[in-house]
Design a protein around this ligand. Structure first.
Ligand code: NDP
Length: 300
């Protein structure tokens, strides 16, 4: 058996097209344009690339993009004054601060300062609490992307057994909550889980959000299981030439794909869904802020 490839890149294009369609209708029918504000502190090269990609993607779907580039030594007070201003601005429906930030700033406090309704990264404790209690929340983009891929693959997730490897606030925990909400039987595994291979081998769905290159091999996976690889790891690729690097996931694609029923590749799996879901969340936040119905199929 060779696994079906779950093509996140293609699916993300359909999500972006749906978002663009809704944005056009919001403009036409309500004279509203969703707006996303992105704050970047300092000049970290990787963060600059992420912010540029978000800016471009936001404009491509017809939304407003507001970029704020702050110096690396910006004070907490200045940063919070900007967040407070954006919280009040009716043109801004989503706010995110690109992490990591310099050490003198606290990521937890920054997230806490952002209005929960505009927290399109879904990191605010209010949103974590709403999600955990089955209420309407802003959901973190990567978990939302994984959920969309799984719903598309299965139709209904009800009754499936799922193991999420990783318990971060950004990915593992919210993803487990989402799967539980869709009536999966969920296990969260982590670095202290005993006999983790056997735990994963019992699951219909294994989701890897670990940050360890190619850690999950075929003996972790039962025949026909669905494998979602969230990991993004840059490793040396001597086969491409001296000093060359390549991206790999947390799953050993070569050994797992002949055994799994379906699998996301890296790159081209979960990664493209993350930005698509950021756009979907900004649209959702705009609809909610204006008392309009939420676009169907673009939120949890
Ligand atoms: P974190 O480092 O915050 O969390 C990693 C989790 O993996 C922890 O819960 C940790 O367990 C667990 N873990 C680490 N080592 C092991 C091990 N040997 N066995 C079992 N569990 C282990 O990472 P994130 O959740 O932020 O990200 C995970 C991966 O996803 C990374 O590769 C990241 O780059 C990628 N990512 C990809 C995104 C995308 O858009 N595709 C977006 C966000 C992240 P413990 O808590 O016990 O330490």
């Amino acid at each position: 058996m060779t696994a079906k490839i779950i093509d996140g890149k293609a699916f993300a294009i359909t999500v972006r097209a749906k978002v663009a369609d809704h944005v056009a209708r919001l403009k036409e029918e309500h004279n509203l344009t969703p707006g996303l504000a992105v704050i970047l502190v300092g000049q970290d090269p990787a963060s600059q690339v992420y912010v540029r990609n978000k800016h471009k993607a936001t404009l491509e779907v017809g939304m407003n993009s507001f970029e704020y580039k702050l110096p690396i030594d910006v004070s907490e007070q200045e940063l919070y004054a900007l967040i407070d201003k954006l919280n009040e601005d009716p043109q801004v429906h989503g706010i995110l601060c690109q992490f990591p930030v310099p050490e003198h700033l606290s990521e937890t406090d920054i997230v806490a300062r952002i209005s929960p309704a505009k927290d399109v990264d879904g990191l605010h404790v209010i949103n974590a609490g709403l999600l955990a209690t089955g209420q309407r929340a802003m959901v973190s983009c990567t978990p939302l992307g994984c959920l969309m891929l799984l719903r598309d693959h299965y139709g209904s997730l009800s009754g499936k057994t799922a193991v999420v490897v990783g318990r971060s606030n950004l990915v593992g925990k919210p993803l487990a909550q989402l799967l539980l909400r869709d009536s999966c039987t969920v296990t969260i595994a982590h670095s202290r889980t005993k006999d983790i291979e056997a735990v994963c081998r019992a699951a219909d769905i294994v989701i890897a959000a670990i940050g360890r290159p190619e850690m999950i091999t075929s003996d972790w996976i039962k025949d026909g299981a669905t494998v979602i690889d969230v990991g993004i790891n840059r490793i040396a690729a001597p086969e491409k030439g001296a000093g060359k690097m390549k991206l790999v996931g947390d799953v050993d694609f070569a050994s797992v794909s002949p055994k799994a029923g379906a699998i996301t590749p890296v790159p081209g799996g979960v990664g493209p869904m993350t930005i698509a879901c950021l756009l979907a969340n900004t649209l959702t936040a705009c609809s909610r802020a204006n008392g309009l119905p939420e676009p169907v199929g673009l939120s949890a």
